[in-house]
Design a protein around this ligand. Structure first.
Ligand SMILES: Nc1ncnc2c1ncn2[C@@H]1O[C@H](COP(=O)(O)OP(=O)(O)OP(=O)(O)O)[C@@H](O)[C@H]1O
Length: 705
């Protein structure tokens, strides 16, 4: 593809962005909605514009069909309309739960435990389906997932509505029928995918990708993505901006560390021992790092020693620098190809992560630590204009940070050659290897030119590593890889005070508002299960005059970044999110995480609550436990809570006991975290500050040998 072709991709490069702030006042005018609705179908349906419900319907239905036609003037208008932000890609959201300008009381239409969860996780979805009593098995459900954007209504049954005779289900039946018809209609009019996002058809091909990244695969025909993200900051202050380590930072030293595998190099205790070059040391200092975290103490010498590594350490404990610093040190030592324009770039390092926002964050870290060197980091991710990604790459690329779909696209377009790859990093590695991303990762390592695992260094990092995923990882790693476990693998960060409240489905909103009112302006992430519910709850909170924004996979990338920006800067202190924001995001001052809905897996829970209590700071996590839908989590929750020395409510123990599954500990189900390196090789067990102590095994119930 030539340069001109990339330019041709830019249909409306500067379509005005808008601020996705949810404010009650902005919802009240029906007239505003008119700016949104251009298709005859939707306008005939929603001409009235007087009720909020209709208004939302308008924004919902119009978005998938007509926004692509609007001119910049319209989008400007949209900036000032009530439908901004939260609803642009809310699609069918407006048709649920609102009636006569109010949420329907007791109406669960927005609050069903739908299985179209946004966690970019097929695996999770499968579990979701099976646990929720749908009448299809996981595979069938998968089929419904793959076609849901184009044909949602037809698959409603897989959520179990018609197969269950519970009183709750009966109560919902009328509304369900209405919604099913509505969904069928949406499916007939061609799905409800928004502007600049891929329209997935029923083939199911690459459906996981569409979830994860907006489906950037070149083999899918759909509207072109035109979004060009803003350039990263250039001034030194912004590049090195950081938040303070918290009061518990020094306590990291007391966490037990296990290293397994043969001939592990000793840990280092200080940055000086790492013997990094002066520029790197200066960047480390500017970043405010004075002391290594445990995962850094162990991982840095292992990576510097050229070994493959699987490292598991609690959320917020500095895993990003643990791989970036030694890679950069090697690059500086070995010399790299200085950046220059070339149609085919051959990066020395490829870093992949599951979400766009996370990979962008890693890129900014790479840029920070490589400041003042000739190492050029580039980031590419879905939801942005492909031509923009290519233009970034051809200018020079030593470290390529990418989401999997976009990476494979770019490789397919022969803009990236893999022959020079020395380092392959999988951040959130358990996620990168699961059913969702695993196939793409396998494709990556089998791409022509990709050095074999013997010839490259492969590094995997996460806070959770289920056993079955560890086993899969063997395909990517040299057999003598080292496994570092800081604390308990899959354990929650102890700096997060965890509270589990028993809250039924219909009391959740009230409870949420009560908690948020008490919290005041402190930054809070509220996790919900589905994309639609994210919009619902965000709207509801705005109605309650709580400044809220939302992030989920149905929002355009521009909106996602805007939402994150508004949350980061405190403009919207509440961010309602699906699991798309569960992993990796490092946002200053997030004091609270609320699980409005618990996730399907305990690992996801650990990641979600890890958005607070980072880097030695303390945080709070409150989770609503609905016994009707969450009892499968009782047992792993009790374990996570007790391992993190948190209070375990008696009622939760009771539920856990009544749902007791023998052999729970270390089970191969992804619901349960692994405790050790699955190779069960010889381990040396150390406290973080010492390299050879014979400290007691932190996971006594799991044998090593
Ligand atoms: N040695 C250090 N000294 C001070 N701050 C640090 C140090 N290492 C990392 N940090 C900071 O701690 C925060 C968390 O780091 P990071 O995002 O790498 O955590 P993580 O372990 O990858 O978390 P997650 O599991 O959620 O992805 C970042 O703001 C980072 O800059």
């Amino acid at each position: 593809m030539g340069d001109e072709d990339w330019e041709a991709e830019i249909i409306k490069p500067h379509m005005s962005s808008y601020v996705p702030v949810f404010e009650k006042d902005r919802y009240s005018s029906g007239a505003n909605g008119d700016t949104y609705n251009r298709t005859p179908a939707s306008s005939s349906e929603m001409d009235d514009g007087s009720s909020r419900r209709d208004h939302f319907m308008r924004s919902g239905f119009a978005s998938g069909r007509s926004l692509g036609n609007r001119d910049p003037g319209e989008s400007n208008k949209r900036e000032n309309t009530s439908t901004m932000g939260g609803f642009g890609v809310g699609k069918s959201f407006g048709n649920r739960g609102f009636s006569n300008n109010k949420f329907e009381e007791g109406d669960s239409s927005g609050f069903w435990r739908e299985s179209n969860n946004d966690c970019e996780d097929n695996q999770t979805r499968n579990r979701g389906f099976s646990k929720r009593g749908g009448f299809q098995d996981g595979n069938d459900s998968e089929a419904s997932v793959s076609s849901r954007r184009g044909g949602r209504g037809s698959f409603r049954g897989c959520r179990g509505r018609f197969g269950l005779g519970s009183p709750m289900m009966k109560r919902k039946r009328c509304t369900a029928l209405y919604l099913d018809l509505l969904s069928l209609w949406i499916s007939l009019i061609g799905g409800y995918k928004g502007l600049n996002e891929e329209v997935i058809t029923g083939s199911g091909k690459n459906s996981w990708k569409s979830e994860a990244e907006g489906g950037e695969s070149g083999d899918i025909q759909g509207p072109k993505v035109t979004y060009i993200p803003p350039p990263p900051p250039e001034d030194e202050d912004s590049i090195f901006a950081h938040y303070q380590t918290g009061i518990n930072f020094d306590k990291y030293d007391t966490i037990l560390v296990e290293v397994s595998g043969h001939e592990a190099p000793p840990a280092i205790l200080t940055f000086e021992e790492a013997n990094l070059c002066q520029t790197l040391n200066s960047n480390i200092a500017k970043a405010g790092y004075t002391k290594l975290t445990p995962v850094q103490k162990y991982s840095i010498p292992i990576i510097l020693g050229g070994r493959d590594l699987m490292a598991c350490a609690q959320t917020g404990s500095g895993k990003t620098a643990a791989f970036l610093l030694p890679i950069l040190a090697h690059m500086m030592r070995d010399g790299i190809t200085a950046s220059r324009f070339k149609e085919l770039q051959e990066p020395e390092c490829i870093i992949v992560a599951p979400t766009r926002e996370l990979i962008n964050q890693i890129y900014l870290e790479a840029r920070k630590f490589s400041f003042g060197t000739c190492v050029r980091a580039v980031v590419i991710y879905g939801g942005t204009q492909l031509g923009h990604s290519i233009r970034q790459i051809v200018q020079g690329c030593n470290i390529l940070c990418a989401t999997p779909g976009r990476l494979m696209d770019i490789i397919g377009k022969e803009k990236i050659g893999l022959r020079q790859v020395k380092y392959l990093v999988l951040d959130e590695a358990d996620r990168m290897l699961d059913m969702g991303f695993g196939p793409e990762m396998k494709k990556l390592i089998s791409c022509p030119g990709m050095p074999s695992k013997e010839q490259r260094q492969t590094l995997m990092f996460s806070a959770t590593f289920p056993e079955e995923i560890q086993r899969l990882a063997g395909e990517f790693l040299k057999s003598n890889y080292l496994f570092v476990a800081v604390g308990q693998v899959g354990g929650a960060c102890r700096d997060v005070q965890q509270t589990i409240l028993q809250v039924g489905q219909y009391s959740k909103r009230e409870k949420l508002v009560e908690i948020l009112r008490n919290i005041g302006d402190e930054r809070t992430m509220v996790f919900v299960e589905t994309k639609k519910k994210a919009d619902f709850i965000a709207t509801f909170l705005c109605q309650e005059k709580i400044s809220t924004t939302s992030i989920h996979g149905d929002r355009e990338q521009r909106e996602r970044e805007q939402a994150l920006g508004d949350f980061r800067c405190g403009k919207c202190p509440v961010l309602v999110a699906t699991s798309v924001a569960a992993r990796g995001l490092d946002i200053e001052n997030v004091q609270h995480v609320i699980n409005f809905d618990l996730p399907s897996t305990i690992d996801e829970y650990v990641h979600r609550i890890g958005r607070t209590g980072r880097c030695g700071n303390t945080g709070r996590a409150i989770s609503f436990f609905d016994p009707e839908s969450d009892s499968h989590l009782a047992q792993p929750l009790v374990k996570v809570l007790s391992d993190a020395q948190q209070d375990v409510p008696a009622w939760l123990e009771e539920i856990a006991f009544s749902t007791y599954v023998p052999g729970f500990s270390g089970s191969s189900r992804g619901n349960v975290f692994a405790s050790v390196d699955t190779r069960k090789g010889k381990s040396s067990l150390n406290t973080a500050g010492f390299s050879s102590s014979q400290a007691p095994n932190p996971v006594d119930d799991e044998s090593w040998d």
